[in-house]
Design a protein around this ligand. Structure first.
Ligand SMILES: [Zn+2]
Length: 135
């Protein structure tokens, strides 16, 4: 039995983390059903989705939200912070300036290169971080 928050779906396929998920989740499945129908893949995925509010944002919500949507309280969320999208924003802003006048294909390549570069640096930095953390 779950103590807080919306009842988790039986089969969880997706965890959506967003600053306003405490409001967004309320009619999410109904909106997807109205748009795509209840026999659609979209509705199937929506009905198997959990919602949380990122850890660094949840403290600005009311207490009920903190109980219901803190990633640490959402069954199946594991130990995610829910903030994974935000750290590279400053660096990706540079890609935005580079891609502003590009056609859609070139823009996608620039953004994918920037994200790949971010992921590579993060991966390489993990080893150094772990070595330093061990000392
Ligand atoms: Zn809230």
């Amino acid at each position: 039995m779950r103590a807080y928050g919306p009842e988790p779906p039986r089969w969880i396929t997706t965890l959506l983390s967003f600053d306003k998920n405490c409001q967004y989740w309320v009619n999410f499945c109904e909106r997807i059903e109205n748009e795509f129908g209840d026999d659609s893949v979209e509705y199937q995925i929506a009905s198997q989705t959990l919602f949380c509010v990122p850890k660094f944002h949840i403290s600005n919500h009311i207490e009920d939200c903190q109980f219901q949507f803190h990633p640490g309280h959402v069954t199946g969320a594991g130990r995610v912070t829910g903030e994974e999208v935000e750290p590279p924003w400053a660096e990706l802003g540079q890609a935005g300036a580079q891609s502003r006048d590009s056609n859609p294909g070139h823009r996608q390549e620039i953004i994918e290169d920037a994200i790949s570069d971010w992921n590579f640096k993060k991966l390489v930095g993990m080893g150094e971080h772990n070595v330093n953390a061990a000392h």
